[in-house]
Design a protein around this ligand. Sequence first.
Ligand code: PRX
Length: 642
Amino acid sequence: MSEAVHPVPADFESRIGPAELDALNHRADTDTDGFWLEQARRLDWAKAPTRAGNWSFHEADFGIRWFEDGQLNLSVNCLDRHLAERGDKVALIFEGDEPGHTQRWTYRQLYEETCRFANLYRQKGVKRGDRVMIYMPMIPEAAAAMLACARVGAIHSVVFGGFSPESVAGRIEDCDAKLIVTADEGCRGGKRIPLKANVDKAIALCPRIDAVVVVTRTGGEVAMVEGRDIRWSDVRDTLPTEAEPEVMDAEDPLFILYTSGSTGKPKGVVHTTGGYATWAATTFDWVFGATDRDIFWCTADIGWITGHSYVVYGPLMNGATSVMFDGIPTYPGPDRFWETCDRLGVTIFYTAPTALRSLMREGDAPVTKHRRSSIRLLGTVGEPINPEAWEWYWRVVGDGRVPIVDTWWQTETGGILISPVPGAIDMKPGSATKPLPGIKPLLVDANHQVLEGATSGNLCLSHSWPGQMRTVWGDHERFFQTYFTAYPGLYFTGDGCRRDEDGYYWITGRVDDVINVSGHRIGTAEVESALVAHPLVAEAAVVAIPHDIKGQAIYAYVTLNAGESGSDELRKQLNQEVRQHIGALAAPERIQFAPSLPKTRSGKIMRRILRKVAEGETGGFGDVSTLADPSVVDQLVAGRNS
Ligand code: PRX
């Protein structure tokens, strides 16, 4: 790995320099509760909290609560509080799939649209604590639909538009959603996505939804079910533009977001109101430090945590202007990002390493033909950034004049945990640098030993922070088992990590059976169960292989029922099976038919061997004596190359 050090450019304007960062760290360490309560005071509370954290990671008294005697409404914090001074300021800039298909929504407009949605929810009987599903493109109405949930105290669950109807149905069922907000169709890279038709298919599989609200995005023809489906355009103008906000307890759930783990079906990660809001607002301020002059563009979809925290909640709580982009980096051409940055005057740009790698391939010209002079800060998220991509981002996109924040965090963490505070810390390409104030990472080895100094190990956190997830929806025991049993008393992230002699953290990637494809988390178990759903498949095992653009890709081993043989046609069907059960994002890069899988005598699949074979290795498999049938390995190697 490159160990180059890039000092912060001298003319970078920042409220937090090295001395201020030291002071924050000192405060967090010496007056922890006071420090956290001070961060909470960024918000407007109906009743200010007097307690900070009240948590334990130990089984006997396990629980995580923050600011528990406080009360607030998050939509008030995102909207109402800005109306007096920033009512006419642009809150959201919608940038559609076609360049220049742009809309600017002021804080007042977003407030009114949110209240309209809130009134519709109430008309439809949605009450505090009910679940509302949002399956939408990146349009401002999607943000309003989320904020309206917060306003009436409903719990939203946003599902990424790339997930299949079956995935949507699974999530409806798991969280028992009452109402869905969707759009007629999505439109990305010139292609239509049949969102409403997918919702219909999902409800056919799981008929418990009372109402479907359909916002017009493309104007495409969609079927409407009498008595259930409501066109937003038919009702919008009849709905009042004021709606009383529900006063929520800090620990009332705000949203559920499904994410893949190493076992079983996706987990509904639950975030609550006061702590999540505090953490999204605080980290947005520390890491991006947007002022009234900034235009902030996070390219993530609202279907992921990054879109929740840094397209919608973080920017809006801070009164910033946030871009909602409903397109892809390469449409209509590989200069889309930079052309859009110039046209909209973007000052802070935050994207995923996979997008940068796909653009790097196209050379520098698509970047350099645009000025990019408005950009003053760049960021990345979602996966490790290889130093080569970092250097390209720095040198070509940033002209070597703007800092880069490589932000490490997870759906579970609610907001950024390890990242440069730009202006306060030198950067090393490929390192997320150091933990934010109040965040306590530890590296631990397989024997539960906490490792000191420059070393590598599994990344854990010893202390809670306000944005930590509180539970798995409907399965608190699974929450404890998943995160707190590998290293008792610690939260285990699932990531491996190196710490260097300067105390910088270098995330090396997942150490569990989670695959990070283009920054999207895919659980091996989910893909495997989609593959075995095919009637000819006896068994399947999937592993990650390195991929130049996606970071990792999925390599699947499939064992067929006795007497069956593999073919390209069957590969297509299996691919289709994964798309149907999960979505295109989980489709395997390669499928190898294997007569059998390498298993120990107790029946455990040895993935270590599968990974090596997938990467093209033909030897050096280590100890294979525990395999029930060691000859399987040679068959796999032969099959890899055939
Ligand atoms: O492996 C880490 C990787 O993404 C995982 C979290 O995925 P998800 O919950 O989908 O959230 C993604 C957006 C926050 C982590 O466990 N990851 C995320 N950011 C980084 C990263 N790996 C290295 N460097 C990062 N900056």
